[in-house]
Ligand binder design. Structure first.
Ligand code: NAG
Ligand code: NAG
Ligand code: NAG
Ligand code: NAG
Ligand code: NAG
Length: 415
């Protein structure tokens, strides 16, 4: 085939793919309209299981409803391994001393991640309410119909954003631009943290997400936290905090599968974030994932004074029951095929200007003695799966207040 012919052929193939994806989203709308009575009942039943009784409800800025659920009724305790637990709402972890200095200028810290009106009453925790539309978007209908193929991309049952080296299991793909401490059984990592700039990558389509994150990992177990734009799960393009954990074969966002024990009454896992504006002002979110030095539970800490959101009990994990052996800092996108690749970070390639770039500064890890060490002090490597679309750099010699600096991002196919 000549080059021209090949191009024409490719273009025709692309047009067909776009047509198919349009058709399948049309099929989804159709499906929505023709819910059978049985399906409707099944959705209602599922919602009753997921949404625990609320003592109070709080409306979020983006329209999400947060239910204040009794601490002991929260979804985590549906996990078979957490049936007989000693957790209680006033738990205090034993954590390393994580000093955070936030004297950097030019930075906005509205920390508007908190729920309005002081959050939930003592003894209850905020849990985002799942709606019927959420379940439909997330592919629940295709599960009850036994026809997985209805969903053009994977839902997160068979889809994991953590398996960097093998995206073939997913319908669609995952792209990374990260700095990583490669997994090595000689590593004993007790936590990872950074101050992340928060963004709102534009032009995401329904079956895509784009995120900035940190992660700790040991073999098939991992925990990550960051910010995300995720139209597939939320039906909108706002920026929220997110977590994702994987334990053996189980993996999910936030609390879509039981595991995470929420402690905080005012900060929910999918808390709403104000994104940075390109050129400034910049908005930041400090995050830490840190291992309790006595129980081994993994805690999520946010903001500059390390507010405790909650934890993943160590008994959920075979491998992360001990130390982590690897960590990651950077950006990730997911997309189904046949649509332009989404943008990552600020939507531009890194330029070295922190008013424009997506970054993680003060990137640190905890060593086996629970000392916070700079990411510059351990062997770490750049890992970009599509460098023509998304790039990443590590700056070992940035200003002291920025510590180890990772900058990442790119326009995807929205050049
Ligand atoms: C990726 O997954 C495929 C299908 O399960 C498997 O055959 C292949 O060996 C895997 N590759 C890697 C690098 O793990
Ligand atoms: C793991 O780390 C040790 C000690 O730093 C190093 O000697 C070894 O080459 C590493 N192994 C791999 C597979 O990278
Ligand atoms: C995860 O790793 C542990 C320890 O290596 C192993 O026992 C377990 O079978 C693995 N689970 C899965 C789902 O691969
Ligand atoms: C983290 O940032 C503070 C100042 O904000 C700095 O003093 C400290 O050295 C940094 N630590 C690391 C490990 O990067
Ligand atoms: C991306 O979205 C913006 C804002 O909606 C729009 O102005 C722009 O044309 C879009 N760009 C591409 C390449 O789709």
């Amino acid at each position: 085939m000549s080059h021209l012919k090949l191009l024409q052929h490719l273009r025709a193939t692309l047009q067909i793919l776009v047509a198919i994806s349009l058709l399948s989203s049309y099929a989804k709308i159709e499906a929505r309209q023709s819910l059978s009575e049985v399906e409707d009942l099944e959705l209602e039943r599922q919602l009753k299981l997921l949404n625990k009784p609320a003592i109070k409800t709080i409306k979020g800025r983006y329209g999400d409803i947060y239910d204040c659920v009794d601490f002991y009724e929260q979804p985590a305790f549906d996990h078979p391994l957490l049936k007989n637990h000693y957790f209680h709402p006033e738990m205090k972890p034993t954590l390393p001393n994580l000093v955070r200095d936030d004297t950097s200028s030019d930075i906005n810290r509205p920390f508007n991640i908190r729920l309005k009106g002081g959050g939930c009453p003592t003894g209850t925790v905020p849990i985002r309410r799942t709606t019927k539309d959420d379940l439909i978007r997330q592919g629940f209908l295709s599960q009850i119909r036994g026809a997985d193929d209805l969903s053009p991309d994977g839902d997160d049952i068979k889809f994991s954003i953590t398996d960097g080296t093998n995206a073939t299991r997913f319908r669609g793909y995952v792209r990374y631009a990260i700095v990583r401490i490669p997994e090595n059984s000689t590593n004993k990592i007790a936590g990872a943290g950074a101050i992340l700039s928060v963004h709102n990558p534009q032009n995401l389509s329904d079956h895509q997400f784009s995120a900035g994150y940190i992660k700790v990992q040991n073999d098939n177990d991992s925990i990550q936290a960051g910010w995300i734009v995720n139209p597939h799960d939320y039906g909108d393009a706002h920026t929220r905090m997110y977590t994702y954990f994987k334990s053996g074969k189980t993996a999910c966002f936030n609390i879509r599968c039981p595991g995470f024990v929420q402690i905080n009454t005012g900060v929910a896992l999918d808390g709403q974030l104000t994104p940075s504006t390109y050129g400034g002002p910049v908005q930041e979110l400090p995050l830490y994932i840190a291992r309790d030095t006595s129980s081994g539970d993994w805690w999520l800490l946010v903001e500059s004074n390390n507010i405790k959101v909650g934890f993943w009990p160590s008994k959920l994990f075979a491998n992360l029951g001990g130390f982590a052996t690897g960590a990651e800092y950077g950006g990730v996108v997911h997309s189904s095929r046949g649509v332009p690749e989404p943008s990552m970070g600020s939507g531009y390639f890194p330029s070295g200007d922190l008013k424009k770039d997506a970054y993680l500064r003060n990137s640190t890890y905890l060593n086996e003695n629970n000392q916070a060490k700079s990411l510059n002090d351990i062997f770490a490597e750049l890992y970009a799966t599509s460098p023509s679309l998304y790039r990443v750099y590590q700056y070992p010699d940035s200003k002291p207040e920025n510590g180890a600096l990772v900058i990442y991002g790119g326009p995807g196919e929205h050049m």
